[in-house]
Design a protein around this ligand. Structure first.
Ligand SMILES: CC(C)(COP(=O)(O)OP(=O)(O)OC[C@H]1O[C@@H](n2cnc3c(N)ncnc32)[C@H](O)[C@@H]1OP(=O)(O)O)[C@@H](O)C(=O)NCCC(=O)NCCS
Length: 171
């Protein structure tokens, strides 16, 4: 009979097959701060996060916040850095963190967002030791809701005032 761990590794190897297009790299200010400045000050991208764009001088402080992990997304074939995934408000005792994702508009709708989320789920559960990943999506962000549901995030609640859907993965 196949044991739980065997099944688990089968699932993981399926995911590895899906993860051919991108690499996740640790955020390095000297290489990546300028990109974060470009993306986080972009009104349209930040509308996807349901927040106003950052003032440029606030980006470094945001990136350096404690309990945050930023994983930069690189296209495996070309080495271009096209976005990032971040985990924030990481409660190490509880093993809970929230996630955000951003893909440069030039590279959207090519499957990179989904792959990055899958790869970072694996990183979060296996390397960071998370038991639960939380995320919110604006009611206007149809793409993100579609992806969250497609990738198995569970619906938690809808906040009418904020027009935000909350999802989680794990316990
Ligand atoms: C959300 C975001 C990360 C998605 O990344 P991406 O690389 O464009 O996404 P993918 O190409 O992997 O997947 C897009 C999916 O949305 C679907 N989609 C595209 N337009 C859609 C729409 N209007 N309504 C519903 N689904 C849509 C695509 O068909 C695809 O799903 P499929 O695989 O089932 O066909 C990216 O658009 C982004 O960074 N947006 C700005 C910031 C943001 O909103 N971040 C997320 C906040 S929760």
């Amino acid at each position: 009979m196949a044991g739980a761990s065997e099944l688990y590794w089968n699932v993981v190897s399926d995911i590895i097959v899906l993860l051919k297009k991108i690499l996740l790299l640790p955020y390095l200010p000297s290489r990546h701060l300028q990109l974060l400045e470009k993306w986080l000050t972009d009104e349209k991208l930040m509308a996807g996060w349901d927040i106003p764009p950052f003032w440029p001088d606030k980006v470094k402080g945001w990136a350096d916040e404690p309990n945050k992990v930023i994983l930069m997304i690189e296209v495996a074939e070309t080495g271009e850095v096209i976005g990032f995934v971040n985990f924030y408000e990481w409660d190490k005792k509880k093993g809970v963190a929230s996630r955000g994702t951003l893909i440069d508009p030039k590279f959207q709708n090519r499957g990179y967002g989904k792959e990055s989320i899958l790869a970072s789920n694996k990183y979060a559960f296996e390397r960071m030791g998370l038991k639960r990943i939380e995320l919110y999506v604006s009611g206007d962000n149809k793409v993100s809701r579609h992806i969250a549901e497609k990738l198995g995030y569970k619906f938690d609640r809808f906040d009418v005032k904020k027009n935000r859907y909350y999802y989680f993965m794990g316990k």
